[in-house]
Unconditional design. Structure first.
Length: 156
């Protein structure tokens, strides 16, 4: 068995991405589009890196940015979500080694402004970072969301 890849190695592994695929008919109906852009991990990293303090972005906005960049109808929801998770863990990995410049992954939210429990440190750490930047995190049922997250959305 080989050595396990670090998060940063996973981030750098493009796996022949990005690419645009033509969706099958059933997928076209589901996603309301004919073409889907599948980003590379570094493309998601670049988008997340540009979110300034006080601003937020959702995975849906990342998907729209990816689709626009590649001239596709939609951005892949699965890879955009997975790659944001890889970006977050790669950033935490760097921070653990003393790197002071960290990709502000905590500013990337799930749909409807929800915090991501799969990010390093879980909800608690993401909440701490967001609140330190002036955002109010509230609980709605089982979910934690940034109150009025739309107000802080980074517009492309």
């Amino acid at each position: 068995m080989g050595k396990k890849k670090t998060w940063r190695e996973k981030l750098q592994d493009s796996k022949d991405l990005p690419k645009v695929v033509i969706l099958k008919e059933d997928a076209q109906k589901r996603w309301k589009g004919k073409t889907m852009a599948i980003p590379s991990p570094m493309e998601v990293n670049e988008i997340m890196a540009k979110i300034p303090e006080g601003k937020l972005i959702t995975i849906d906005e990342i998907r729209k940015t990816i689709a626009h960049k590649h001239g596709a109808d939609i951005g892949c929801p699965l890879t955009c979500g997975i790659f944001s998770w890889i970006v977050a863990h790669a950033a935490a990995e760097e921070a653990a080694e003393g790197n002071k410049v960290m990709i502000p992954y905590w500013r990337t939210l799930k749909t409807k402004g929800e915090l991501n429990p799969k990010y390093p440190g879980g909800i608690e750490l993401q909440k701490k970072f967001l609140e330190s930047e002036g955002h109010k995190v509230i609980r709605i049922g089982k979910h934690f969301v940034v109150e009025d997250y739309e107000r802080y959305a980074k517009r492309s």
